[in-house]
Design a protein around this ligand. Structure first.
Ligand SMILES: Cc1cc2nc3c(=O)[nH]c(=O)nc-3n(C[C@H](O)[C@H](O)[C@H](O)COP(=O)(O)O)c2cc1C
Ligand code: SF4
Length: 518
């Protein structure tokens, strides 16, 4: 029987040499005259083990990693095609603790299947949600999503069902579904992993959104820095269209929905939904004032759902297994699961999908294994570049939208970046202001001017120039940006700055000599 070997085609695995590993494996198969084939799967999300090669055996899938091309001959010598032991052997993939502890609903197939095989997709429960949706009334689909408690995974945590209802109820002959796949947050990669590892789940989710709201056209807006995601997504859309999943009659229902992939040049602000819509329309990516909401006047002024990749990719399982099934996971008003992306200075970095409710400490210390450097964890930034820095004293905060907000933080797109005790928090605060200055769309003054003044003020503190006065000035500036900015880029930049100042005040104290001169 032909043996199946899995070598990821995910960008993270490719960056670590997966292509050369696949070539080396193919060469060994040929020279040894073996009956084996290579499937290029997505990533399991265990980055420290990439490239993670798996072999399907009678005992289940056996994992080996991280594999370098030079390891390949010894793997064959050891008999890895039969799942034999080897220094790189990690045992049964699904029993690796990092995977075994997860609740994979949205990422159930990621790393398991061939991303472009519809057969695989269907074999692993794919398309069941859409099959149900085509038989339902739009309002019932919307109700099911509302009942599931799903909230937008792009950052703001807005209830997805309510957004869909607004679009469903909006008058208009033409409506749109726009998938926000810009994924600009540093340290986040969940959207990319879905697009590269299980693109049909996003297509299915978007088609369901179309049926639910009456939208017949969808766009996936992503960035040029994601070439592999673009390639896989584009190919998957083509396959889905040929299979009748997309087109004038979705799954033979007589209801139309089609989509295309659009690529932006990659500006952080183009992830903001209104700037995204401008970019999608071929205009400069500048933020639009709200109202009107995109749900009422979005793409080309028409009612538009703008949802994050993970929000949309979570819909198929909700339609398939039911609202109650999904809602049963989580805590408080944070229902279901969330793919946490653990990055930065961390021993076991990667994607960890789990029900809401784990504490930050559990994620960083137990699951992430502490820092890669082996030094103590000092700060964790949660929610991307606009997220707050949490000190160890706040590690008991559960992963929940409200719990983080109560501690002046945010979950955002669920990226967490870990820093050890060598981090300089004043530099991090300065970086937040600098990032905002570089990425600002320039539409409003608090963000455009405030961020530049913020960099200057942080520099003055670092130089010991009137430190007390400049600390107060920086806090005051943050206040102005927080309440005076038009969008969350200027409005949330104060989160990393103020959290750094409040939790790590010692880093904002000037050199003693300058203090004396004050
Ligand atoms: C500066 C800025 C950047 C953003 N970047 C992204 C992004 O890359 N991806 C995303 O889904 N949402 C991003 N958002 C949030 C979107 O504006 C919007 O809330 C989201 O796409 C809605 O989808 P959801 O309800 O499914 O989360 C960003 C917001 C701001 C202010
Ligand atoms: S806050 Fe910044 S990015 Fe947002 S609208 Fe104002 S200038 Fe543009």
């Amino acid at each position: 029987m032909t043996i199946t070997i899995f070598v990821p085609r995910d960008a993270a695995a490719l960056a670590l040499g997966a292509e050369r590993v696949a070539t080396a494996i193919a060469r060994e198969i040929e020279t040894r005259g073996l009956d084996a084939r290579i499937v290029r799967n997505g990533s399991r999300g265990m980055h420290w083990l990439e490239p993670l090669v798996e072999v399907r055996t009678e005992k289940g899938r056996i994992a080996y990693g991280p594999v370098r091309p030079s390891d390949v001959p010894s793997l064959f010598e050891a008999g890895f095609l039969q799942g034999a032991d080897h220094p790189l052997c990690r045992g049964r993939t699904k029993e690796i603790p990092f995977l075994a502890r997860q609740t994979r609903l949205t990422f159930a197939r990621c790393g398991v299947t061939d991303p472009l095989s519809l057969e695989d997709y269907r074999h692993y429960q794919g398309m069941k949600g859409l099959e149900k949706a085509v038989t339902m009334q739009p309002a019932d689909i919307v109700q099911q999503v509302t009942d599931s408690g799903l909230r937008g995974r792009g950052g703001a945590g807005f209830p997805t069902g309510i957004k869909w209802k607004t679009v469903l109820d909006a008058p208009g002959a033409q409506k749109y579904i726009v998938c926000n796949a810009d994924e600009g947050d540093s340290g986040t990669f969940a959207d990319r992993m879905i697009m590269e590892g299980d693109p049909f789940v996003l297509i299915e989710g978007m088609a369901i959104a179309g049926l639910a709201t009456g939208a017949t056209k969808g766009f996936i807006y992503t960035r040029s820095e994601y070439p592999h995601a673009i390639e896989t997504m584009t190919a998957a859309v083509e396959i889905a269209r040929k299979a009748g999943i997309l087109g004038p009659s979705v799954l033979g229902s007589g209801k139309a929905f089609d989509m295309e992939v659009r690529v932006g040049a990659g500006a952080y602000v183009c992830g903001e939904e209104t700037a995204l819509l401008n970019s999608l329309e071929g205009k400069r990516g500048i933020v639009r004032a709200k109202p009107p909401l995109p749900a009422l006047q979005g793409f080309l002024g028409r009612p538009t759902v703008v949802n994050n990749v993970i929000s949309l990719a979570s819909v198929p399982v909700i339609m398939d297994r039911g609202a109650a099934f999904y809602r049963d996971f989580g805590m408080g008003r944070s229902r279901g699961t969330i793919p946490i992306q653990v990055a930065g200075n961390i021993k076991y970095g990667g994607l960890f999908e789990t029900a809401f409710g784990l504490t930050l400490g559990e994620i960083v210390d137990d699951i992430g294994g502490g820092t890669a450097s082996g030094r103590p964890v000092r700060a964790v930034q949660v929610g991307g570049p606009l997220g707050a820095y949490f000190p160890r004293a706040l590690f008991d905060t559960p992963f929940d939208y409200e719990a983080f907000a109560a501690k002046d933080g945010l979950i955002g797109h669920a990226g967490i970046t870990v820093f050890d005790d060598t981090v300089d928090m004043l530099k991090q605060a300065r970086f937040a202001m600098e990032f905002c200055a570089v990425e600002s769309c320039g539409k409003c003054t608090p963000c455009r001017i405030g961020s530049t003044r913020g960099v200057e003020t942080a520099d003055k503190i670092a130089q010991g120039i009137e430190p007390q006065k400049n600390r107060e000035l920086l806090a005051d500036l943050c206040n102005t940006m927080k309440f005076g900015s038009l969008c969350a880029l200027g409005g949330f930049t104060p989160y990393p700055v103020l959290s750094a100042m409040n939790h790590f005040p010692e880093d904002f104290s000037p050199a003693p000599i300058a203090e004396a001169a004050e």
